[in-house]
Ligand binder design. Structure first.
Ligand SMILES: NC(=O)c1ccc[n+]([C@@H]2O[C@H](COP(=O)([O-])OP(=O)(O)OC[C@H]3O[C@@H](n4cnc5c(N)ncnc54)[C@H](OP(=O)(O)O)[C@@H]3O)[C@@H](O)[C@H]2O)c1
Length: 251
């Protein structure tokens, strides 16, 4: 790397990483069953790969509307449940999910002009899962962990004027508000976590693409590892902003 700006940028990036972007194999954790959504997407597929590699995770149940790529679908730790309706959870499905201690939710809709669909997918699907899984699947005496992938620009203040993507950002903020409120009302049975990444970069891109410094960003493997660690070990901190996900280890 001859360009001094790139060299300096790379050094700052490397120095700001507390740990490499692999998930921790938490030795003090019983082996865990994890539910995952969004696994056919960019972030979710990386979460899936890390879950499959993680020795602390024995079983991953993916809820998806279509099959996963062949590169991952044959892994013996993986079960894929094809779901046609993400608003309802049958007794049979709950039975298959029983024993899971965490759900990592990366299912999400990119910016769209149809607010009804956005509300259904972003708010409806997420809350339906949260409520269906809480109290129903975690082993006795354990609190279920729900780890939600939001975004840095989601706005929780529903009255704040926003100068672009107002509806989308409020809808995404409303999901966060509802997750937080549900968690506060059900502290005996559930722990909720929200990650708020900026632009999610493909692996390695952060070292070469200076343009991305104009907006906060994070490599996909780092977002994924932080979510997997939240699922495995929880955290005192409920909401993880982009900058904190880069600079701190989940604890
Ligand atoms: N990528 C970024 O730079 C970035 C930055 C900040 C926040 N985020 C957030 O992170 C989350 C994941 O992002 P991503 O980049 O991985 O998105 P993505 O590649 O578009 O993946 C979205 C996932 O959600 C699923 N999904 C979308 N609509 C669905 C529906 N109606 N029914 C069932 N499944 C549906 C997709 O399934 P199909 O494959 O079947 O469509 C896919 O698995 C999103 O909430 C996104 O807003 C992303």
């Amino acid at each position: 790397m001859t360009n001094p700006v790139l060299r300096c940028y790379a050094a700052i990036q490397i120095a700001s990483w507390d740990h490499p972007p692999q998930t921790s194999n938490w030795t003090d954790i019983d082996q865990m069953k994890v539910i995952l959504t969004g696994a056919t997407g960019f972030v979710g597929l990386e979460v899936l790969k890390q879950c499959l590699q993680n020795l602390s995770i024995t079983s991953v149940v993916v809820l998806a509307r279509r099959e996963l790529p062949a590169t991952v679908s044959n892994n013996p730790k993986l079960t894929v449940k094809i779901i046609t309706d993400f608003l309802s959870y049958s007794d049979d499905l709950i039975s298959d999910l029983r024993g899971a201690e965490a759900c990592i939710w990366t299912l999400g809709k990119p910016l769209s002009s149809d607010n009804d669909i956005l509300r259904e997918v972003c708010i409806g699907y997420t809350l339906a899962a949260l409520k269906a899984l809480d109290k129903a699947v975690a082993p006795a005496g354990k609190r279920f962990r729900f780890v939600y992938c939001s975004g840095r620009l989601a706005e929780r203040d529903q009255n704040k004027p926003l100068y672009f993507a107002q509806d989308y950002r409020r809808i995404r903020g409303q999901v966060e508000n509802e997750i937080v409120a549900y968690g506060e009302d059900n502290t005996d049975t559930i722990e909720t976590f929200i990650v708020r990444p900026g632009v999610v970069l493909t692996k390695g891109m952060h070292l070469s693409c200076v343009a991305f410094r104009v907006t906060p960003s994070i490599p996909v493997d780092k977002v994924a590892s932080q979510m997997v660690d939240l699922a495995l070990a929880g955290s005192k901190r409920q909401t993880w902003e982009n900058s904190r996900m880069i600079s701190e280890r989940i604890s």
